[in-house]
Design a protein around this ligand. Structure first.
Ligand SMILES: Cc1ncc(COP(=O)(O)O)c(C=O)c1O
Length: 493
């Protein structure tokens, strides 16, 4: 009967075994055909097919004859003979004093296994100017993060290495509560803070805990497409509610779906228009939520970066706290790659959301969270915000100046007082594909305003991310976009 030797997972049957360190792997994921001739032939046959189909990668050091004989339960001499056969076939090389290695074969000799399914269609990360979601990988920040993470790992005891609180690292939760009180004017109990791996993740936990598929949810229009997708994928009925110069139009929402169960809003800095929701609208929204017993999902994604004036208090801080699920993130402040964000829950929602969290992934990882808490506690994060504000403000100014110079009247630039993106609006009345044509001509990476709308309404334009990009590259891209817009618009006259 066949004996399966260390076939640990399907993964190993597909992925070539490599050994960068030059050490032999502990065991080989091989199956010996025990029905075939001698033990030497069985070992030879198993290794030969693994080399030919790519499971054993070129350059891999094969285990010693003694250890392979032990794994396979065969005589050592059988392995010695098998290795000699492989060498004479050109499939392995013996290097005196260091062992036997899988030989490098000409490409056609190998028949590397293909994954059965077509590769998944994964969107490439946008990186060129004006891609959104980019932040500066500040060397000082990286050094401090590396040091703090290392310290955490070095002093970890059994408890720190084991299962944790479903809400996440206690130190980070209490630092976040402190930060929200001083920067966002909203007092919360660290017990109500939940660490999540992104705002989307927080939204999913909320939806699963507190809504039912088919429930109506207000969504800003234009609005953040990622949030819209998250709500739609959760089986909710997404109701577009227009945004004007005061933010989400609460009366229009009430007319369209007064009994909706929730509303998704970005009141501090509406995405993508950049509008700050007026106090009158905030109060109207909170009143609606109270009377409709609806939840407000407040996405406060970039309030750290204000370039003028103090930020308005978060919705969660203006007396609507019992209906507001507050979502904050470190994606802009530090970097999206950390996958570190948080939600603050009203006490009435806490148990249900925690139960859902435990059903998904039990609890979030704690080492990076603890390191970020350390940076918050010792004031580094506040310094980082100050430094990044200066940096991003000058990137914004460089992009705005270059756009205005190159575009003339073809673009109306809305320079933001907050955040990491700006808006460049085209004149009204252009053909529907004008913005896409200009983007293609300028070869810049930008979302179009129309791509964030559910209902066509008003002029199109460009949502331009300026965080994390080199200022000179930004200015060059801004000039290209401005010129392309000008040529297009003037060409229609
Ligand atoms: C409106 C809005 N919400 C949330 C996020 C991202 O948050 P996270 O990375 O925590 O999912 C972004 C990122 O650009 C955003 O624009």
């Amino acid at each position: 009967m066949d004996k399966v030797v260390a076939a640990r997972s399907n993964f190993e049957l597909i992925m070539p075994t490599t050994s960068k360190s030059g050490r032999a792997p502990l065991d080989l994921p091989l199956r010996l055909d025990r029905a075939v001739g001698s033990q030497a032939l069985q070992v030879y046959g198993g290794l030969r097919s693994a080399i030919l189909d790519g499971r054993l990668a070129a350059g891999l050091r094969l285990p010693s004859t003694r250890s392979l004989a032990q794994q396979f339960g065969v005589k050592r001499n059988a392995v010695v003979i098998a290795y000699e056969h492989l060498q004479s076939d050109g499939l392995a090389d013996a290097r005196t004093g260091s062992g036997t290695f899988v030989a490098t074969l000409p490409a056609p000799a190998r028949k590397t296994k293909q994954l059965a399914a077509a590769p998944p269609n994964i969107r490439k990360q946008a990186i060129r100017p004006f891609a959104l979601g980019r932040t500066y990988a500040d060397p000082q920040l990286l050094r401090r993060l590396a040091g703090a993470t290392r310290r955490r790992i070095m002093k970890a005891d059994d408890a720190a290495f084991g299962y944790g609180d479903p809400r996440g690292d206690a130190e980070l939760r209490s630092q976040i509560a402190r930060y929200l009180a001083t920067s966002r004017g909203f007092i919360c109990d660290p017990a109500c803070v939940l660490i999540v791996n992104g705002i989307q993740h927080g939204m999913r936990l909320f939806v699963e805990a507190l809504l039912q598929p088919g429930d109506a949810v207000w969504m800003e229009d234009p609005g953040y497409p990622v949030a819209r997708r998250t709500l739609t994928r959760a089986g909710l009925k997404v109701v577009p509610v227009p945004v004007d110069a005061e933010g989400l139009d609460v009366r229009a929402g009430e007319k369209r779906a007064g009994l909706a169960k929730a509303a998704y809003v970005t009141p501090s800095h509406q995405f993508p228009t950049g509008v700050t929701m007026s106090m009158a609208r905030r109060i109207a929204l909170v009143e609606w939520a109270r009377s409709a017993k609806a939840w407000l999902l407040e996405d406060d994604y970039d309030s750290e970066f204000r370039y003028g004036g103090p930020p308005l208090t978060a919705l969660a801080g203006i007396g609507g706290g019992d209906r507001v699920i507050y979502l904050g993130t470190f994606s802009k402040l530090l970097g999206a790659g950390l996958r570190l964000a948080y939600m603050v829950l009203p006490p009435a929602a806490l148990d249900q959301v925690i139960a859902v969290r435990e059903g998904h992934d039990r609890f979030p990882p704690s080492f990076m969270a603890g390191a970020v808490a350390e940076l918050m506690a010792d004031g580094f994060l506040a310094d980082h915000i100050r430094r990044m504000r200066r940096r991003y403000r000058s990137s914004r100014d460089a992009a705005v100046a270059a756009l205005e110079r190159a575009a003339g009247h073809a673009l109306k630039i809305v320079s933001p007082q907050q955040g990491l993106h700006l808006l460049a609006l085209l004149p009204d009345g252009l053909p529907a594909d004008a913005a896409a044509a200009i983007r293609a001509q300028a070869k810049v990476e930008t979302w179009l305003l129309s791509e964030t709308r559910q209902k066509a309404n008003g002029p199109d334009g460009f949502i331009l991310g300026f965080g994390g990009h080199d200022a000179a590259e930004l200015a060059a891209a801004a000039t290209a976009l401005g010129h392309a817009a000008r040529i297009y618009v003037e060409g229609l006259r």
